[in-house]
Design a protein around this ligand. Sequence first.
Ligand SMILES: NC(=O)C1=CN([C@@H]2O[C@H](COP(=O)(O)OP(=O)(O)OC[C@H]3O[C@@H](n4cnc5c(N)ncnc54)[C@H](O)[C@@H]3O)[C@@H](O)[C@H]2O)C=CC1
Ligand SMILES: O=C(O)[C@@H]1CCC=N1
Length: 267
Amino acid sequence: MKIAIVGCGNMGMAFAKSFLQYDLVKKDNLLLIEKSIERSEALKAEKTGVVVDTISSRISDADLIILSVKPQDFSALQDALREAIQPQQVILSIMAGIPISAIQEKLNHRLVIRAMPNTPAMLGMGITGFTAAKEVDLTNLRKVENLINATGRSIFLEDESMLDAVTALSGSGPAYFYYLVKAMVEAGKQMGFDESVASLLVKQTMLGAFHLINTADKSLDDLIKAVASKGGTTEAALKRFEEGELADTLIAGIKAAQVRATELSKS
Ligand SMILES: NC(=O)C1=CN([C@@H]2O[C@H](COP(=O)(O)OP(=O)(O)OC[C@H]3O[C@@H](n4cnc5c(N)ncnc54)[C@H](O)[C@@H]3O)[C@@H](O)[C@H]2O)C=CC1
Ligand SMILES: O=C(O)[C@@H]1CCC=N1
């Protein structure tokens, strides 16, 4: 298989490296198109694939073209891509908020798959929601699904509009988790720990608690109950969270991300 990746930043390279790790593509068959000179020099030094700085007829060789530039950079490359694209090529877009119909129209091309991964894809521990134009056949869909699964797990969605919810929940999700971790570390510092000690206490707590979610065979409420003794310390914290409507604020924030994803897809 030959793959071209347009935009080789965090996500484009997370995909590239996962494919190479599982031998799903050979380096010689991986075309990395990266506009930034600094970034493309770094990619050349890494020897991850064939690095070029612009879209040219070379892209016509690829079976799959992955679009991983920022959504606002898509318009600058659409003309060159439309010129070079071949009818049998499949496009996989991971750009947030650009619907399949817009990509089809701008590129004058029907075979479009749209996916929303997240940054743990860098470790092969991502989760990606994806959907496809009706013109994409099952063989192509399976091939792309296998590639996505090299970055972690995936979930196919019939309804494209649910990708906005995926964006809000798991696409942006890692940032919510870091935000929570950061607040806990800050609390540790305010109680007198060095940043490194506070960070160790919090990170190991999150790691252990995450594994308990997956292995303890208990609901989240039961897991909370197992920590919060009647009249104890955890209860005091949870009471304050409830008073501050922390859960409602988190839910409202995630819904704001969904609204923004929908706005982007209409702009
Ligand atoms: N970062 C995240 O958590 C997630 C990002 N996404 C989507 O992935 C896409 C990429 O995001 P990141 O990798 O975080 O961004 P990034 O900024 O790390 O990478 C984008 C790369 O595209 C390059 N680029 C821009 N215009 C170009 C052009 N005309 N030709 C070739 N290269 C060009 C930039 O130089 C940059 O290296 C975005 O559309 C974003 O919505 C999706 C899921 C999660
Ligand atoms: O914040 C964003 O727009 C992108 C989409 C999901 C994660 N990052």
